[in-house]
Design a protein around this ligand. Structure first.
Ligand SMILES: Cc1cc2nc3c(=O)[nH]c(=O)nc-3n(C[C@H](O)[C@H](O)[C@H](O)COP(=O)(O)OP(=O)(O)OC[C@H]3O[C@@H](n4cnc5c(N)ncnc54)[C@H](O)[C@@H]3O)c2cc1C
Length: 427
């Protein structure tokens, strides 16, 4: 694991109080289940296994700290509608819709029951375009929402400026149920409220998983013998030698500002908090900070490259100032990158890989709701559960084989270059 993407704490994590010291795995242990990966998927899976198997020992292992990985590195939109709609047919969008709604409901339940303080803000989100020639994409979103019977609002001109306080955007579609959060705070709270029979080891990297009826999950300073392993490791699964031909890592980047001062606050028009997605993502958060997310890169080796990383802050700052000249002096305190797991055809990986080895990953950049519900469902599925939601998750699983290198890298770079050209006026 390298540098650029994980050694800089995400802003969401950096603004929280420091966590208690990590409990690391040292020595040999046994468990009934080991979940590898403490993002939203692993947290939901470990919780569900703990609930369904109250007399068994469940272990959750995380390489860094809970909330430090991509689940705490994202833009913090718990999106409740299908994404990338033009890629999918109606039946697929319907399945995704059922899953993300269930994921949002699950997160809402956990946040409420466990009183997790994570800036939970149910203000919906705006899918917006800057460039009028790209409005066709919004019409596709509207068509999908109508086909699913979803509520939405079309905003442009004064109506849009009244919400966000800028005329930078041409038009937007508001979907009202999306919730925004501080994702690192939410993950930390989820980790602290797991059932008692779930043991969490952090700062513990799984290096190898042996095969056979009883497996060993081998870490640097210890190992756990277990009959059942569930991998919720995002694209990092390829480092364990698995699914190399089916998933690959992409990197996305974000910056978080300090809170607006009184002068900036007074100069900003629009609502107190809002969230916009599109080619570029921007939020005014409940704690009165600006979040900017822009820049998506192919990262076959999980690295971003120092030059690119350095230019991000300037790019994010420019995007904010273009929209809000009154924020020209706003300092951005944190800039970071995170990995998300891509597949060739936007399919996920859900279910059993081998006897005793299960997996859930591959949400192609939108995983807070989807990862949460998939983690819960894969735990139920592994224990023999059946439900229409499990059927939905299973039906969306099974990505197509990737081309071998260098064709994969060339193909992805070409797609990204074409996307950047088409959306060049969006930042
Ligand atoms: C900048 C950015 C913005 C994004 N914005 C959004 C958004 O607004 N909304 C949204 O829904 N999604 C968003 N995403 C995507 C979202 O963050 C991911 O889809 C989601 O976090 C996936 O969750 P996960 O649990 O599958 O993986 P992760 O959160 O990556 O969790 C996997 C965990 O496994 C750990 N791990 C990996 N290998 C090992 C190992 N060998 N041993 C031990 N631990 C290991 C990692 O450290 C990591 O913590 C964004 C992503 C990025 C990078």
């Amino acid at each position: 694991m390298t540098a650029t993407e994980q050694n800089h704490a995400p802003g969401w994590y950096a603004i929280l109080p420091p966590p208690a010291p990590a409990r690391r795995l040292t020595g040999d242990e046994v468990a009934d289940w080991v979940v590898v990966g403490g993002g939203v998927t692993g947290l939901a899976a470990a919780r569900r296994l703990g609930e369904l198997l109250p007399d068994k020992r469940i272990v959750l292992i995380e390489e860094f700290r809970i909330g430090y990985g991509s689940s705490g590195r994202n833009a913090g939109f718990i999106i409740d509608t299908p994404h990338l709609t033009e890629q999918f047919d109606h039946a697929t969008n319907l399945r995704i819709s059922c899953l993300v709604l269930a994921g949002l409901a699950e997160l809402e339940l956990q946040v409420r029951e466990n009183q997790i303080d994570c800036e939970w803000t149910p203000h919906g989100h705006l899918t917006a375009v800057v460039d009028a020639s790209r409005v066709g994409g919004l019409h596709a979103t509207v068509a999908m929402l109508e086909s699913l019977g979803e509520t939405y609002e079309w905003l442009e001109g004064d109506a849009l400026a009244d919400v966000i306080g800028t005329r930078h955007y041409h038009a937007a579609v508001l979907t009202p149920r999306t919730v925004t959060i501080n994702p690192a705070a939410m993950c930390r709270g989820l980790g602290q409220s797991l059932p008692e029979n779930v043991d969490v080891f952090e700062e513990t990297c799984v290096r190898r998983i042996t095969s056979g009826r009883s497996r060993s999950v081998v870490c640097d300073d210890g190992r756990i013998d277990t009959p059942n392993v569930l991998l919720t490791t995002n694209a990092f699964i390829t480092r364990l030698g698995l699914l190399k031909g089916e998933v690959f890592p992409m990197i996305a980047c974000a910056s978080l500002s300090r809170p607006l001062n009184d002068e900036e606050d007074a100069a900003m028009t629009g609502h107190r908090d809002w969230g916009i997605t599109g080619t570029a993502t921007m939020r005014r958060t409940r704690s009165n900070r600006i979040l900017a997310r822009f820049g998506t890169y192919y990262a076959g080796d999980f690295r971003l490259g120092a030059r690119r990383h350095q230019s991000l802050l300037a790019t994010h700052r420019k995007g904010v100032t273009d929209r809000f000249p009154v924020l020209a002096n706003l300092d951005f305190e944190h800039t970071w990158a995170g990995v998300f797991c891509m597949t060739r055809d936007w399919a996920t990986h859900f279910g059993r890989l081998e006897p005793g080895l299960f997996v859930s990953l591959g949400y192609c950049g939108v995983g807070l709701a989807r990862g949460t519900i998939s983690g819960k469902l894969v735990a139920e599925h592994a224990l023999g559960g059946e439900s229409s939601l499990i059927d939905d998750a299973a039906a969306l699983s099974g990505p197509a084989r990737l081309p071998a290198q260098p064709f994969l890298a060339l193909g992805v770079e070409a797609r990204l270059a074409s996307y950047r050209w088409q959306s060049r006026r969006e930042w």
